[in-house]
Ligand binder design. Structure first.
Ligand SMILES: Nc1ncnc2c1ncn2[C@@H]1O[C@H](COP(=O)(O)OP(=O)(O)OP(=O)(O)O)[C@@H](O)[C@H]1O
Ligand SMILES: [Mg+2]
Length: 188
């Protein structure tokens, strides 16, 4: 995984595969330059044993489940910055994954094309409800897929154009509140 946006794509795919109908991603940067990415879904959830195993692929025997790398890699990359990964889940209820990254750490990955990833997730899964929310010291904004589809109906704009517009809109808003590629050089 070369940037945070690809991690986000990967973790949201887990929620889609778990048949979640509602998926939320909350991203925030606090005054200590710690980025928190929180994923919440109402998918099939995991047992307590599964939760223990998902973040550590090497304690799991291959017979009990297939070995995935999405969560272990996210954990590794978060911990490399002095951050953390926390997974909370309940069968038939849903899952919450919280990753923390120290943005000033030399090993912190770049953001990547966050707008592109969020637009792709929303546009590619029209049957799910997505909430994406972003918060930093200088502002906040959110995207709700229900509002995006309502706007599409009202205006008659094609889905392709909506997705392109979303990508630009999200990236511009993110840059404005400080989630930009040159975050580190700006705060130093
Ligand atoms: N949001 C979720 N809801 C329910 N189960 C989940 C969720 N996220 C992960 N899991 C379970 O944990 C397993 C491991 O997830 P992980 O992302 O680490 O690997 P993977 O998805 O199996 O494979 P990879 O991501 O490497 O393609 C999944 O196969 C799934 O069974
Ligand atoms: Mg996965």
């Amino acid at each position: 995984m070369k940037d945070l946006s690809l991690h986000i794509l990967d973790i949201v795919r887990n929620s889609v595969e778990a048949h979640a109908s509602e998926i939320a991603v909350y991203m925030s940067i606090d005054t200590e330059n710690v980025l928190t990415i929180e994923f919440r879904d109402n998918g099939r959830g995991m047992s307590a044993e599964m939760v223990r195993n998902v973040t550590d692929p090497f304690v799991t025997t291959r017979t009990t489940r297939k070995v995935g790398m999405g969560l272990p890699l996210l954990k590794m990359n978060a911990e490399l910055t002095g951050g953390s990964l926390h997974v909370q889940s309940e069968l038939a209820k849903g899952t919450a994954v919280r990753a923390r990254f120290n943005l000033l750490h030399i090993d912190c990955m770049p953001f990547g094309d966050l707008g592109g990833v969020f637009a792709q997730l929303l546009g590619g899964n029209p049957d799910r409800r997505f909430i994406f929310s972003f918060e930093a010291n200088s502002g906040e904004f959110a995207v709700d897929s229900a509002e995006v589809w309502a706007m599409m109906e009202e205006t008659g704009i094609s889905q392709l154009k909506i997705v392109r517009f979303l990508k630009e809109m999200i990236n511009e808003n993110l840059a404005e509140i400080g989630f930009s590629a040159n975050y580190i050089s700006k705060v130093r």
